[in-house]
Design a protein around this ligand. Structure first.
Ligand code: UD1
Length: 431
């Protein structure tokens, strides 16, 4: 199995281009199921999750075609891919496919809306918690779907005249369930009102794309989204928004190692809360038209306190990376994880590098140390793996991160981007 070896190598300086957001790319690909015409997505990141979803969608009848480069495209520019579901050939998403990627469960919404039925495997648990599906079921039932769960599968059927618009209030904010209800309601009969909707930028990106496909959605980006159902959607072209989690991750890398890096194409408004926390460490953040400049020249990091919240709060997907920063701060930091129940798996691994962290329930207390030392560590999930790389940037000696397939799911050209700004990082491919 591949591993990534990183060695503390001083400051990072230069430019890191930010890719299209994985968490928007995946639901946008799924939205292609809603129309028989092509949906062309630009700024698509080259990621293992995108590849996996391509094969899952092709099972339902989606063809895809990588489009030619445009002027100015480089190896670090996202791809343009056209997805077309001329016909839905299969409404079953089997366990072998869904278990590989949780988000593929989301096909339930468009399949139900366009084909009137869906049989989708329960996704099962994952490293960061049980991740239930009750909110998906309840919101689709509100649109008139009949749902039963049997032998590990969710069987959903639309009423004979199709899904019906309704008002539904989510008891808890869910990004995935909001995506699914948006897609399903776009083709429902009548008006749907989603209350307590997720406000994440990726939800807004998907709603914008659906509108370009002919949907009538308003209020996205607020807690109340209104969808007037239409009878069909058409093809469109849409560029995926920049990845705010990749942005925050590289910003944390620069804060940790020191230096001066432009995160090209990044948008500060997508992660203002995280940037505010970063500034509290003593790192300079300067948002401009071409991206965000992160700068820290000398001095120690100040400790930080933050709690993860739904957008616009501090994102849970940056919690591990910012905790890595706190391990070297001068003083005591406090981190509270409010979104997922088991998202401190990186703590044990950071401890192997010399970090001093104690956990009580959903709260972690991090006492900064003067020195981290390289060791073999294991990536536990996608974002947690990056916390080990960030710690490795300043550790003495080699940090060897195994199970790097987690990183390949969500970070495009990671070693290339970091070594281009001066990090000593390499991938060792096992025999
Ligand atoms: C998405 C993101 C993930 C991010 C998360 C929270 C993608 C592909 N993934 O995941 O990177 O960490 O948002 O920002 O976009 N819940 C229920 N019942 C449900 C659904 C969710 O109780 O039916 C709970 C979850 O267990 C969790 C919380 O709601 O505690 C939020 O989860 P949710 O927003 O749904 O996360 P995902 O959409 O899976």
């Amino acid at each position: 199995m591949d591993k990534i070896v990183i060695r503390g190598n001083g400051e990072l300086n230069g430019v890191i281009p930010i890719s299209g957001a994985k968490n928007a790319a995946l639901p946008l690909m799924i939205a292609s199921l809603l129309t028989s015409e092509p949906l062309t997505l630009g700024n698509m990141p080259r990621l293992a999750d995108v590849e996996a979803l391509k094969s899952i969608l092709s099972n339902h009848g989606v063809d895809y075609q990588v489009k030619g480069k445009r002027a100015g495209d480089t190896g670090m520019t996202g791809q343009r891919i056209a997805f077309q579901a001329s016909q839905i050939v299969d409404t079953t998403a089997p366990y072998e496919l869904v278990r590989k990627m949780r988000a593929s469960f989301w096909v339930i919404g468009p399949l139900l809306a366009r084909a009137g039925q869906a049989c989708v495997s329960l996704p099962g648990g994952c490293a960061i918690g049980t991740r239930p599906i009750d909110l998906f079921i309840e919101s689709l039932q509100a649109l008139g779907a009949t749902i039963d769960i049997d032998a590990g599968y969710v069987n959903a059927k639309a009423p004979s005249g199709g899904l019906k618009g309704a008002t539904y209030r989510f008891p808890k904010v869910s990004v995935g369930a909001t995506h699914v209800m948006l897609m399903a309601a776009s083709l429902a009969d009548g008006t749907t009102v989603i209350e307590n909707a997720a406000r994440e930028p990726e939800v807004v990106d998907v709603a914008n794309c659906l509108n370009a496909m002919g949907a009538k959605i308003s209020g996205h980006g607020t807690t109340t989204i209104v969808i007037e159902g239409v009878t069909s959607l058409h093809g469109a072209s849409h560029d995926v928004l920049p990845d705010r989690i990749e942005t925050g991750t590289f910003a944390a890398c620069v804060a940790m190692a020191g230096g001066d890096v432009l995160l090209q194409n990044a948008r500060a408004g997508l992660l203002q809360e995280a940037l505010d926390v970063l500034e509290k460490t003593g790192t300079e953040v300067e948002a401009g038209n071409d991206g965000i400049r992160i700068r820290r020249k000398g001095g120690s990091l100040a400790p930080i306190d933050f709690s993860t919240e739904p957008f616009p709060g501090f994102p849970t997907d940056l919690q591990a990376q910012f905790m890595a920063l706190a391990t070297r701060a001068e003083g005591v930091s406090h981190v509270t994880e409010n979104i997922f129940e088991n998202r401190f798996m990186h703590v044990q691994e950071l401890a192997r590098l010399g970090a001093n962290i104690s956990i009580e329930g959903q709260k972690a207390t991090i006492t900064g140390v003067d020195r981290l030392s390289g060791a073999p560590v294991m990536a536990t999930d996608l974002r947690a793996s990056m916390s080990l790389i960030i710690a490795g940037l300043v550790a003495d000696g080699d940090t060897e991160v195994s199970r790097v397939y987690h990183l390949d799911r969500g970070f495009e050209l990671l070693e290339d981007k970091l070594s281009a700004v001066g990090a000593d990082i390499r991938r060792e491919t096992a025999g």
